[in-house]
Structure formats: structure tokens, C-alpha cells
Design a protein around this ligand. Sequence first.
Ligand code: ATP
Ligand code: MG
Length: 458
Amino acid sequence: MTEPARFRRKVVWLGQIETEQDAALDQAGWDVLDLPLQGDVEALLARSAATVGVIDLRERDDRRLTRLEALLAAHPEKRWVALVCSQALADRRVATLVRAACFDYVTAPVHADRLFDALGHAWGMARLNAADRTVENDCVFEGMYGCSPPMRKLAARITKFAPVDVPVLITGETGTGKEVAARALHRRSVRRDGPFVAINCGALPANLVQSELFGHERGAFTGAGSRKIGRIEAADGGVVFLDEIGDLPLDAQTNLLRFLQEGTIERVGSCVSIRLDVRVIAATHVDLEKAVADGRFREDLYYRLNVLRLPVPPLRDRGADILRLARHFLDAFRREHAAGTHVRDFGPEAETALCTFAWPGNVRELMNRVRRAAVVAESPLIGAADLDLAARPAAAPVGAHAPTLDLARAHAEREAIIACLRASRFNVSECARRLQVSRVTVYRLCKKYSVRLNTTTH
Ligand SMILES: Nc1ncnc2c1ncn2[C@@H]1O[C@H](COP(=O)(O)OP(=O)(O)OP(=O)(O)O)[C@@H](O)[C@H]1O
Ligand SMILES: [Mg+2]
């Protein structure tokens, strides 16, 4: 008997569905959207609300496979179930598609019950994933705090890039969270159960770079007393994160390029090729294009690494996330040092200073300033001075202690509001008229700069 309408679930069938399969799915409570791989299948797929889909890989056809690879890569939010036969699975390309983009597979001859089970699980997982997205709405995405528009864009890109098993190049200023983004990519990918091996290329001793990355055999060089597995080999089945890739010496760049092209490495002192299955994620805070132009970075390696590019925004562009992150770090500090701190929150001046500072050291600097402030603050509310961000006179001489432009602007804005309010005898409408802004703006600025609307100004 057909299930009542409200219990029916949607499934997309990419390819030609057989009539019996269509009827069986319908009987089992599934509404099937049959999308033959022709015409405007992309648009139809994008419009479909189905959270699960079926692909048929029983027959090997290169053009069809290319189409399916692109469609699945464009829709990682759907859980895919593949129909395969053991012969097709022996094909590397088919196996890669199933492993990288599918939730499950059913081997021919396809038993209806087995297919319904796989689809049911896929549907359930998609629902859990939707619940997970509610957490994203709560402003954290795989350990990355923030939900300002640039951070939402970053999370969307990570979600899109994670299932596509190719290298990613993460760019961004120092301390923006490039490693945090790399870990989020790993967690969202099919390699999430495999290792995540992070290497800071700039911190490797020059004479040991090759052996650290690729390993060495016993006796390969003086001091090589035993065989050593390199970091890339240790990441087999997972991800290797090459931080500060711009610092990698040229000879190691050559070997890394060979690994990216051929998927094999050789340990130092051995000529045996070892095949590895590792996704490379690289990060840089220097301009790699310039390093290429200066001859410090191989152009061919740059193109290999730069398949998908993930820019992490600077903290100063993240609006309200600055305060969210500051509170997150303060809460973490209070949890760690419950007995040692009386600090509860940030005072209004501190909030203004946090929002107007340029943050050259980005999230890492914010974290350090908050932790320090939590220790030095004497009142329960952290002040701007505790963060070492007390407003300095706008006319301070340019030098080591010069204010940032944003801070200078904020200072000037505050002074202008105070002067105008005094001149208008604290009549908000009058002040708004003189400043040619709305009354709401005057109230907002007073709140922002902690200006009290009575005859005293602070
Ligand atoms: N969105 C975020 N949410 C929470 N913590 C973050 C976020 N971004 C960065 N951090 C924290 O800030 C610190 C710096 O992050 P990370 O090491 O990922 O930056 P990076 O860009 O790799 O820095 P560098 O350029 O120095 O290598 C870490 O302690 C990290 O946990
Ligand atoms: Mg880093």
C-alpha cells in the first residue's frame, strides 16, 4: 500500500530509471524525480528539494562519468547512493567517485530492500546534517567562530570544496585562521576519519626538510640510524596541511611537485616509489605569485597547489564577529581559570576599541589581548586600557604609538558628538540637525561611544 502523502520522501534518480524500480520506490513511499543525463539537468537538480539521490554506475561510459562527477561535486549537500557491479568498482575512476562523493553503494543485482535501506540511511543522515546547519546558524562552523557575511562565504566555500578531492590553497593574513579553515575542510571531507598532518614548512630545519616530508631509509645519511616515515606518508588516507608553503626550499618543491603529479614519493636513500592517497592543503600569508615572479617558488607547483583557492578574510572585515570572538575567548579563559578571574565582560569603551582596531595580527592577536586583559583587569568589566587599546589623541605623532586610522576616526567622531551635544544643550533633535544626521544616528553613536545624554559627557 502506498504511504500517506505526509510520510513520502523525495529522491532524485540521475539517469534512466527502470519502470519496475520506479514502481517499487513509489510503493515504498518515495517520490522519484527521474533526471536523464541530458538537457538542463543541472538546473532541474538545483531546484529539486530531494536530499538523497541515486546514480547508476553499472555501465562504464567516460562521458557519462564526467557528467556525473561534475553533478555530484556541485551537489555535496545531497547524499548519493550508487548502483554498481563488481566489475565497475574495479575501475579506479568509478571507485574514486563512489568513495569521494557517495554515501553508500548497492551492488548488482540490485535488491529492492538493500536499496531502500541505503536510501533510508542516506535520508536520515541528510536530516542530521540539516540539524548541524542550525549550529552553523548559531555562529560556529566546524570550530570556526563567526557568522559575518565574509565568514558565511568562507563556510559555504569550505562546504563546496570539501568533497572535491583536489588540492586547496588557503590564503590570508597572519593569524586569520588558515589552519582552522584547513581542519574544517578535512572534517567536512570524506577523509574525515583519516589523519590530518600539519607541517609548518617555515619551521623545518633546512637540512632535514626532505627527510621530514618524505622520510628516509636507515643509513641514508650520517645520523640516519633507522628508517623514518615522513609526514606526507603519515598522512596516507587523509590530509597533509603544508603551512607557510612559500618557505619550502626549491629542492623540496621539486619532490612535492612529483608527488602531486604522480601520487608517489621516495624516501631519502631509496629509489622505491611508494604510492600514497593524500589530499594536499597548502597555506600562505605571503604573495605566492610574487614569489613565483622572483624565482623563489616553482610556477608549475604553484598551479598544482592553486586548484581551489580559499581566501580567509582579515578580522577587521568581520564586523560583529570581532565581539563574538572576543566573548568566545573570554568565556574560554573564564572556564579555564574559574577561580582566578573576577572578570565578567567587556565595558563599552573596550567594545568600541575592539571594533575599531585594525587587528594586524588578526584572530590570534585578539585572543592574546583578551587573555591578557582578563588577567590585568581590576574591575569586572574589561576596559580599553586592559586590552592595551585605550584611545590615544587623534593628533598623536605618527610613530610606534600612532593610532590606527579607524581608531583616530572613532575618536574624532566621539569628540564631535560630545561637542555638538554640549552646544545644543543636550537636545538630541537640535544636535541631529546641526550634524545633519538622524536622531536615531545620534542615539546610536552615543551608545557606541558611551556618551551619556545628560549634562555630563562620560
Ligand atoms: N574563526 C575562529 N574561531 C575560533 N578560533 C579561531 C578562529 N580563527 C582563528 N582562531 C584561533 O586563532 C589562532 C590562529 O589561528 P590559525 O593558526 O589557524 O591562523 P593562521 O592563519 O594559520 O596563522 P599563521 O598565518 O600564523 O599561520 C588559533 O589559536 C585558532 O584556534
Ligand atoms: Mg598557520
